[in-house]
Ligand binder design. Sequence first.
Ligand code: AKB
Length: 321
Amino acid sequence: MRRILVTGATGQVGSELTPALRRRYGADHVVAAGHRTAPTSALREAGPFVVLDVRDAAALAEVVRRHEIDTIFHLAALLSAVAEADPPRAWEINMQGLVNVLEVARAHRCAVFFPSSIAAFGPETPLARTPQVTIQRPHTIYGVTKVAGELLCNYYHRHFGVDTRGVRYPGLISAVAKPGGGTTDYAVEIFYAANEGRVFTCPLKPDTALAMMYMDDALRAAIELMEADPARLTDRNAFNLAAMSFTPAEIAAAIKEQVPGFAMVYEIDPLRQGIAEGWPASLDDSAARQQWGWQPAYDLAATVREMLTRLAATSASRGER
Ligand code: AKB
């Protein structure tokens, strides 16, 4: 990886992956591409930034050509709950965007990182320790785009030799950019409520267990996979990743240990609850461990400590508390 393009750089993963890549490969070597969300000044000023809609194949090709890109981290996508509100738009952004990325990668010999998700599974999948290879019949349009994306990445690898690699991310928990429109996002919003001393209204039932991961692990996974020896990668698109599994009741209890006054009430959102019930509670990530040495570092207790510390520091620096 010498010259990298990050699409969706202003999103939840991109706003932390871009700085991590810049620290590792040099700021000038990592081009951040965002669409509508305004980039933070840190993202815009720390290295090259371009405004790019991944649906625009010509504009994408021009950025890749102009910056001599050899690796694309393709993060631009709509998440599960917002995608469900407008399936044709989700298909256009998630699928046409990926087709455009793969086509430009084919023409310019770029490697591609594509994040799949636990959403690539569905209610017919075994949802405890979900196997690497298993039935994938998602009921959401977001999940459909993730399965199709995995297959398309494999296709471009087999037929055109594009170096595509991907992971199936669990719900991601982070303190920098808030996610938008996901089903697992309650596990991020809960920390903002705890930090601000607000009662948290949880959209999922207390016993809904989902696979989750702290952002630092997610970033390291993306970088380690793209740096891995290709000869050892037999699964490629996409590797199950595991870190922790918890229910709303369990995360609330873990937060309460650090913030004794924290309180949560339940107001079930049928859309999110229905989606969550078809997603894995935990995953078997032995393929990732064996093929490229994957090892998570954060469990629930460590995540709670980090999230509360980082959000408190951000509030303090803004003079909020
Ligand atoms: C979502 O909830 O939509 C995402 C995901 C699990 O892919 N966080």
